[in-house]
Design a protein around this ligand. Structure first.
Ligand code: NAD
Ligand code: MG
Length: 391
């Protein structure tokens, strides 16, 4: 029996994870559920999954959470705040942690789970983008396991022998990350000038949280994933390639030196990657229907348009710059996306903000989490200044 902490339980990945867990009551148990501010949604999940602990990140909402749980007849421990999140991720109530908080807010709990030797199922890509070397070190120190949930990385993990070997020694030539191209594939810059948040969040193939949906529309999501792949698989930037594949049926590929290309295919439903990561190295049912290739449209592939979708080029630039440049990129992007979602920044200016902040804060070596968080703070401040100046 595995005891699982679902960090970010009220989100899209959190919901898919709980769906898979509920299909295997004899095998998995959701013992910890957390949310940011969605008290009602968290109470509903607690009523259904009966965890031992519910954590709300916003301390102002702890009392309300406790009251509502009692009113709903749910008996479980209640805690709040970031320290409680970290404690839950590293504590005795779980052996497995699904890191599904969105953004840099997930970094500390992800690191805590890794240090504590948990089996860490990583959806929160921002934490590995920000702190790749520190996270891998924490996994090594904790002697736990790190299993990627992001569908592309989960696909590559499945196509590599033993999941995460030394690429050169395994005869790997290239990692090919597929990208759907997002809702604006094929559009020109001029056509993207007046894009609204709702248009950007309407992804053709995946239903996801709003931040990652915007990242998918700008292709920053693919940029973050390139950096994620670099860390997870110790792959230099030169061996990572992005190809646009609008059907999202091939989740990514690995090319070997003999010319073999291994791909992982499936319907675009995150429950496949989540079920794989939960059960690895075994296989379990996920609830995802069989892929009916005969009914699929022809599979298309094309190179990404780096002129229109500049965020992907900026992510490659940050990866090549090294050090904490990816953390600076991520922080500036989080601020810019929030401003876009709030109607305060045009879609195309997201890349401008990221570019300006990268130029203002040249890369420094990643020393420790404290320094990294300070650089994250500086990048956010710089991004807000760029936003103010632009308005
Ligand atoms: P979401 O917005 O649907 O859910 C985010 C969750 O994080 C919610 O439970 C929310 O309460 C919690 N949260 C938000 N801010 C927080 C804070 N400051 N402190 C504590 N908790 C906070 O997002 P999502 O789409 O489920 O994505 C979650 C993560 O998984 C992201 O890093 C995303 O990039 C990654 N991911 C998502 C998908 C997908 O299909 N949705 C696929 C691959 C990777
Ligand atoms: Mg992905």
């Amino acid at each position: 029996m595995h005891d699982i902490a679902v960090l970010g339980a009220t989100g899209s990945i959190g919901g898919s994870t709980l769906d898979v867990i509920a299909r295997h009551p004899g095998r998995f148990r959701a013992t910890v559920l957390t949310a940011h501010r969605q008290v009602e949604a968290l109470v509903d999940l607690c009523a259904k999954h009966r965890p031992e602990l519910a954590v709300i990140a916003d301390p102002a909402l702890e009392g309300e959470l406790a009251r509502r749980l009692t009113a709903a007849g749910v008996r479980c421990e209640v805690a709040s705040g970031h320290a409680a999140l970290t404690a839950a991720a590293s504590g005795q109530l779980c052996d497995t942690v699904v890191a599904a908080i969105v953004g840099a807010a997930g970094l500390e709990s992800t690191l805590a789970a890794a240090r504590a030797g948990k089996r860490l199922l990583l959806a929160n890509k921002e934490s590995i983008v920000m702190a790749g070397p520190l996270l891998l070190e924490a996994v090594a120190t904790g002697k736990g396991a790190l299993i990627p949930v992001d569908s592309e990385h989960n696909a590559i993990f499945q196509c590599l022998p033993g999941g995460r070997p030394e690429l050169a020694r395994s005869g790997v030539r290239r990692l090919v990350l597929t990208a759907s191209g997002g809702p604006f594939r094929g559009r020109t810059r001029a056509e993207l000038a007046g894009i609204t948040p709702d248009q950007a969040c309407k992804h053709p193939n995946w239903v996801m949280g709003r931040k990652i949906s915007v990242d998918s529309a700008t292709l920053m999501n693919k940029g973050l994933e390139v950096i994620e792949a670099h860390h997870l698989f110790a792959a230099p930037a030169e061996v990572i390639e992005v190809v646009v594949h609008p059907q999202s049926l091939i989740h990514s590929m690995v090319e070997y030196v003999d010319g073999s290309v291994l791909a992982q295919l499936g319907n675009p439903d995150m429950r496949t990657a989540i079920a794989h990561a939960l059960a690895w190295p075994e296989r379990i049912e996920s609830g995802v229907p069989s892929l009916d290739l005969a009914r699929c449209a022809p599979l298309q592939f094309e190179p990404p348009d780096l002129t229109t979708f500049r965020c992907l080029a900026l992510a490659f630039q940050a990866l090549r710059a090294g050090g904490d440049a990816p953390a600076i990129l991520n922080a500036a992007n989080e601020v810019a996306v929030e401003a876009f979602l709030g109607g305060a920044l045009p879609f195309l200016s997201i890349a401008d903000v990221v570019e300006a902040v990268l130029a203002e804060l040249p890369a420094q070596a990643v020393v420790d989490v404290g320094t990294l968080c300070e650089r994250d703070r500086m990048a956010r401040e710089a991004a807000r200044r760029v936003l103010r100046d632009a308005c």
